[in-house]
Ligand binder design. Structure first.
Ligand SMILES: [Zn+2]
Length: 568
């Protein structure tokens, strides 16, 4: 799969083609050449920046491929071993050597002669250098090893359902069934598996927490939250703004969701709404099953993207041709969906667990949006500029879920299209409280004294459920609810969650723009994606036709705008 001989993969200029990043002596030699190189003028400094970047791309791709292989089969020892070698041996060396290289770039006299196009990169390098501590290199490797353990635990999770063992993503389809006992049985089968692993995951989180606290201390931060905000390079906002966003979502989105659920409950004729009643169609229609297998899913997505925009359709076709998609759910496959960039061959790769639902179509549109962002941004001169920071990256994906809505004829017909549109908008608004509570939980867990133990974490999650997702009847099954904080992002990507809320608000804004003038909205969307990460966030949002704003007023406006377009 995905080899360098494709015409779209530009040749390297500095790193030899025959290489193996796990050969750490070779890698150290390449770094030495870069360390030793004189930088008398801006031209040589630019060359150093580009060569360092090429090396970063080679390392990044090796890691990405190893990650894909590991998550494609979490029981594959060889794949796990290679990934472990990369995070335990290669990345620590890269962290140390790359720190020296970044300092060399920043300290070089000609840095003052570089053009303004480099200012965003230099700001990021300065942030990295300020955060670096030699004693954190081993701790980062330890953290990565713990994250790998999370992948293995969650990848091995299988439920027993009606005499069949199945990976958890497959159970989701049963939660959409109109037969309530079927939904309940599927929900309980899944929850039981999660409960069985809850103790192991509690212990794992304790270990991760301890490592993270030490990392933050070593770097001189008062707590891990402050460290992580710096590490994520959140230049444009801080903890205060995100806490205010939680409040705004509580005030303006939660009441809408509660009212919407209440209508569903009435339509379903239920006394109370239980957690297995949230994915079923309130009007009692059978679940949408838009495709039968991964081939049909890819065919439908290809037609959808082509219908929306010729160029984007062409990108997706290229991904299929080059086998850059792994779509169907399988045993032992990690239960996640992601797009990862292969920085060396300059191509994106999509991974997901399709089982035939409308939600799978949304996931592929989402990851497709990420992939298009990379295709459009890859002409940028350096890796750091080819893809935006998360806050906008999730606009590339979430806005695509919405922009594609009028073009889903390959999957749905007639009334189904209206139904899918309603479902999508409902899901978009419902997601906001979940994101806020996941973020609020992490603010709390990393800044609370004394350090919260497993019991305290369960109590906090229960409290947040009441605050952000009220109106669901959890009687007799609170034990399942209270471990709801135990999922992928909280373990492996701490604090990477509020970006989705920021991006959702902007994406809904883009969708509202598209209702006025679709061609102009899609054009602006693509223009913004093509900027990659080369500009500060506010400029990229503006290029997409929406402000970089997530204060209370912005939240209220967008919720009112979207609710007004919904049919009920
Ligand atoms: Zn995404």
């Amino acid at each position: 799969m995905h080899t360098r001989d494709d015409a779209t993969a530009p040749a390297r200029r500095f790193i030899p083609d025959a290489l193996e990043v796990t050969d750490t002596e070779w890698l150290a030699r390449v770094y030495r050449r870069l360390h030793d190189r004189p930088v008398p003028d801006a031209e040589e400094l630019e060359r150093l920046i580009l060569d360092r970047d090429e090396l970063e791309g080679v390392v990044q791709e090796a890691k990405a491929r190893a990650y894909v292989a590991m998550t494609a089969d979490t029981a594959n020892e060889e794949a796990a071993g290679r990934y472990r070698t990369i995070v335990q041996e290669v990345l620590p060396l890269v962290e140390r050597e790359d720190f020296r290289l970044k300092r060399k770039i920043l300290d070089a006299d000609p840095v003052h002669d570089l053009g303004p196009e480099w200012s965003v990169l230099l700001r990021e390098l300065r942030a990295d250098v300020a955060l670096y501590r030699e004693e954190n290199v081993a701790l980062h490797a330890e953290e990565a090893e713990l994250a790998q353990r999370y992948e293995q635990i969650s990848g091995a999770q299988e439920a027993e359902f009606r005499g069949e063992r199945m990976p958890l993503p497959r159970l989701y389809a049963f939660l959409e069934e109109t037969d309530r006992p079927t939904r309940e049985e599927a929900w309980r089968a899944r929850s039981e598996v999660l409960l069985e692993d809850a103790g192991a995951l509690d212990a794992l989180f304790d270990e991760m927490f301890a490592v993270r606290v030490r990392i933050a201390e070593n770097a001189g931060y008062p707590d891990y939250r402050a460290y992580r905000f710096a590490e994520l390079k959140r230049f444009d906002y801080g903890p205060e703004e995100t806490l205010a966003l939680h409040d705004a979502i509580e005030r303006h989105v939660v009441p809408w969701v509660v009212a919407d659920q209440e209508r569903s409950r009435e339509m379903l004729g239920l006394e109370t709404l239980r957690p297995w009643d949230l994915a079923v169609d309130p009007a009692g229609r059978p679940p949408l099953r838009p495709f039968a297998d991964a081939g049909e899913l890819a065919d439908g997505a290809a037609r959808t993207f082509r219908h929306l925009d010729d160029e984007l359709g062409g990108f997706f076709d290229a991904m299929r041709r080059r086998q850059l998609l792994d779509l169907e759910s399988r045993a032992r496959k990690a239960p996640t969906g992601y797009m990862v960039t292969l920085a060396d061959i300059k191509a994106p790769f999509i991974f997901m667990n399709a089982v035939g639902t409308a939600r799978d179509v949304r996931t592929l549109l989402h990851e497709g949006g990420h992939a298009f962002n990379y295709f459009l941004g890859r002409a940028q001169p350096v890796h750091a500029y080819r893809f935006p920071k998360i806050e906008f990256a999730e606009v590339g994906s979430m806005a695509m879920e919405l922009l594609a809505l009028p073009h889903l004829g390959a999957f749905y017909e007639g009334d189904e299209l209206d139904r899918v549109r309603e479902d999508q908008l409902r899901a978009a608004l419902r997601l906001l409280p979940s994101l806020a509570m996941t973020d609020a939980f992490q603010h709390w867990v990393y800044t609370t004294d004394p350090v919260p133990d497993a019991e305290a974490r369960r109590m906090k999650w229960a409290e947040l459920e009441e605050r952000f997702r009220p109106g669901i009847d959890w009687s007799d099954i609170r034990r399942y609810r209270d471990i709801g904080w135990q999922f992928f992002h909280i373990f492996n990507h701490p604090f990477y969650v509020i970006e989705y809320a920021i991006a959702q608000i902007a994406s809904l804004g883009i969708w509202l723009n598209a209702l006025e003038d679709e061609a102009a909205a899609v054009h602006a969307y693509k223009e913004a994606l093509a900027l990659g990460g080369s500009r500060p966030l506010p400029e990229i949002f503006e290029a997409a036709g929406v402000p970089f704003r997530f204060d209370e007023e912005a939240v209220r406006e967008v919720v009112e705008g979207v609710a007004g377009k919904m049919e009920r």
